[in-house]
Design a protein around this ligand. Structure first.
Ligand code: SOE
Length: 380
């Protein structure tokens, strides 16, 4: 085990708190690194719940006030896993205390807060990263390498979807634990910041900047009981969003996200069409990358279904796992992100996406929401 500790202070203990904690626990078992994350403190307002969480994951201590956590001299990095409206303030104070910061996506509720967060980490000179984890699914990383190598030729189309169905019931309340994603005050937006942000981050990473967007959004259920007030209140989030865009490289983009696609739980897919070749990927089959190359001999030309599990070959990250042919899953994308961060720390490099990079995604999200509200094309 490496001797250099990176002492983590985790704030928030929901779904993402678990995904990140698992990554910290696993990373040194599979990657040879100079640093070792240590579960130093977990923080949450509910004392009983945070103690239970800390026991379950092996955190050394507990705090119930994030301000106390960021003041502690035995914490090197703060991991923000709380609702979106709390990211900015925590990040600003943590940066001023000289802490490295890992922040859940989206970076913030809007560009203004995101800018403040970027300025705070840059002013303080602290390392920072946002958990857009899908970049580190081996098949997605492979897609990035294939496009960057020029194998697809000029890119014409980028198409992405993120479809779910968990908010269809009119009886589902908004707000509070587990349901803050439906509360505009906590989330900042609906599917745009929660789901399309993933699609946009991957797209910017693989296909470059987006120049302008034309979007539509819909809120299907207009009122829901609010768990924090007990009253029926208007729903402010977008339940569904679709947009067209132009990428700076001349390609056209088509994005759709909804929580009303009955039958789909987390169907994140993308397809990229280039002059010579196309690729497509599907989160429900995350270890596969489909590839079509027009330059193949016509007798055998067709879509190839690449099982991205070649541990001894060119498949990203897979040499750290099992033998060729055995696959990994969702949680590994977080482990890879921690591994990349720790490697970059040792080499004195940055690991993306940084706050600055994630701000670009935030700008696209904001342009999308503005375009939908104004019913016109908007420059990013
Ligand atoms: C929403 O249901 C959600 O959990 C997002 O918040 C995550 O970012 C996404 O990866 C899966 O879906």
């Amino acid at each position: 085990m490496p001797s250099q500790e990176l002492r983590i202070g985790l704030i928030g203990y929901g779904f993402m708190g678990r995904a990140h904690s698992n990554a910290y626990c696993q990373v040194n078992h599979f990657f040879d690194l100079a640093y070792r994350p240590v579960l130093q403190a977990a923080c949450g307002r509910d004392a009983a719940a945070i103690h239970k969480f800390a026991d379950q994951w092996g955190y050394r201590s507990v705090e119930t006030d994030w301000r106390k956590l960021v003041e502690r001299s035995d914490i090197d990095a703060i991991d923000i896993c709380v609702p979106n409206n709390l990211h900015a303030e925590i990040a600003e104070v943590a940066a001023a205390r000289g802490k490295m910061i890992f922040c859940e996506k989206p970076l913030a509720v809007d560009v203004h807060q995101g800018e403040r967060m970027c300025q705070a980490v840059e002013r303080a000179g602290v390392r920072n990263m946002v958990w857009y984890n899908y970049r580190r699914v081996p098949a997605v990383t492979l897609a990035k390498h294939l496009v960057a190598s020029g194998r697809l030729g000029k890119i014409y189309h980028y198409r992405a979807n993120f479809l779910q169905d968990w908010t269809i019931s009119e009886d589902l309340p908004q707000g509070g634990t587990g349901l803050w994603r439906l509360d505009i005050a906590a989330a900042g937006s609906g599917v745009t910041g929660d789901l399309l942000a993933h699609c946009i981050d991957t797209a910017l990473w693989i296909n470059g900047p987006i120049a302008d967007v034309s979007a539509m959004t819909e809120t299907f259920i207009k009122q829901r009981k609010h768990n924090l007030t007990g009253r029926v209140e208007p729903v402010g989030i977008d339940d569904a969003c679709a947009f067209l865009c132009h990428f700076a490289n001349g390609s056209l983009g088509l994005f759709e996200s909804t929580r009303y696609a009955r039958g789909h739980k987390a169907l994140y897919t993308f397809e990229i069409n280039g002059q010579h070749a196309s690729i497509r990927w599907d989160l429900h089959n995350l270890h596969r990358l489909e590839y079509f190359d027009h330059r193949d001999e016509s007798a055998v030309r067709g879509w190839r279904d690449v099982h991205v599990t070649d541990a001894g070959g060119d498949h990203p990250y897979m040499n750290h796992w099992w033998v060729p042919g055995l696959q990994i899953g969702y949680e590994h994308s977080f482990i890879h992100q921690v591994a990349d961060f720790l490697e970059s720390l040792a080499d004195n490099r940055e690991a993306g996406p940084t706050f600055r990079e994630a701000l670009e995604t935030q700008k696209v999200c904001e342009a999308v929401l503005r375009s939908a509200a104004q019913r016109q094309w908007v420059n990013v």
